[in-house]
Design a protein around this ligand. Structure first.
Ligand code: GDP
Ligand code: MG
Length: 331
């Protein structure tokens, strides 16, 4: 029997975890404890100290608002000094890859965010192979990770793998274009694809609803595998369940971006100002930007990283394995 003798129970100072004190209930139940209930807190504190690393890629035709959206999502102006290509430059344009890293800190939690932009995608006259340099880049990051993993300094591996790809769909077409289908089909086994409808302020509410339904139907028809939100467990709290449900129903996220900030009712609000009124990019009635940000930063960052590591990278790693028998190797 483990019933403790009352007098031998040491008086312990209250833990800084307050109501989350893992020992509290055990003490109250009068049962002895080993202490592993505090493991989640240790892991949490360690990862907070180390900081989080996340790589996000944006892909879509030029002018769909990729750079503006990144600034709106992470409240940083990463692309202020950019130069835009002329039409003649665009015709022969090949897809480039540009990478920027920003350190964001909020309430003592550090996030090292790497943003991979793909200027030139869909700009050339023949776009059928626009996806290729992007596929190549993603494979290169997998390969680098694989080399580092078998190398001497396994503990210091820098994870440069792409954890999520925001794919921008034009608001002007009647659904997906051939280039959209090709890109998503070619890349679906390599990266978590999250489709977004760019510049959603160009569409009325009814048009947007119809466009979302068409795109969802086409994604199913072409059997495109986009990132799937994990289903809620029955014991998840109501708030979380509702949020996950709203996010699932918002796919493809209809986003609006802007670099203009105005002060309304003592608050800084990011808007697009038109003669007939203002679109508030963070207002859920105007755009899904908040759903997208919540998903990327608050609720699904870990999920995206785990899926990259456990499924997408794993597939790559297995495909690179030498499947020959030892006797065949030395022939
Ligand atoms: N209507 C509308 N215009 C936008 C939006 N986001 C960006 N733009 C404008 O579209 C143009 C191209 O934006 P940019 O971010 O450079 O596109 P990128 O080439 O995809 O990076 C700029 O003039 C932006 O001001 C949006 O959500 N709605
Ligand atoms: Mg850009």
């Amino acid at each position: 029997m483990f019933a403790p003798v009352e007098s031998s129970v040491p008086i312990r100072a209250r833990s800084p975890w307050g109501v989350h004190d893992p020992y509290r209930s055990m003490e109250e139940l009068g049962r002895p404890f080993v202490g592993f209930a505090s493991l989640p807190h240790q892991i949490h504190r360690k990862s907070v100290k180390k900081g989080f690393e996340f790589t996000l890629m944006v892909v879509g035709e030029s002018g769909l608002g990729k750079s503006t959206l990144i600034s709106s999502l992470f409240l940083t102006d990463l692309y202020s000094g950019r130069t835009l290509p002329s039409a003649s430059e665009m015709i022969q344009r090949t897809v480039g890859i540009s990478k920027k890293t920003v350190d964001i800190e909020e309430k003592g939690v550090r996030l090292k965010l790497t943003l991979v932009d793909t200027p030139g995608f869909g700009d050339a006259l023949d776009c059928s192979e626009s996806y290729y340099p992007i596929l190549n880049y993603i494979n290169q990051q997998f390969e680098q990770y694989r080399i580092d993993e078998v190398g001497m300094h396994r503990t210091q591996i820098k994870d440069q793998r792409v954890h999520c790809c925001l794919y921008f769909i034009s608001p002007y077409g009647h659904g997906l274009k051939p280039i959209d289908v090709t890109f998503m089909k070619e890349l679906q086994g390599k990266v978590n694809i999250v489709p977004v409808i760019a510049k959603a302020d160009c569409l009325t509410q009814a048009e947007l609803q119809r466009k979302k339904e068409t795109i969802r139907r086409e994604i199913e028809h072409y059997q495109i595998k986009i990132f799937q939100f994990s289903d809620c467990d029955s014991d998840d709290d109501i708030e979380w369940t509702k949020q996950a449900h709203d996010m699932k129903n918002s796919i493809p996220f209809a986003v609006v971006g802007s670099n203009m900030v105005v002060r309304i009712h003592m608050r800084n609000v990011r808007v697009r100002a038109y003669p007939w009124g203002m679109v508030e990019v963070e207002n859920p009635a105007h755009s899904d930007l908040i759903h997208l940000r919540t998903m990327l930063v608050r609720t699904h960052m870990q999920d995206l990283k785990e899926k990259t590591d456990e499924q997408l990278y794993e597939q790559y790693r297995i495909s690179r394995m030498d499947t020959r028998r030892p006797s065949e190797l030395f022939q």
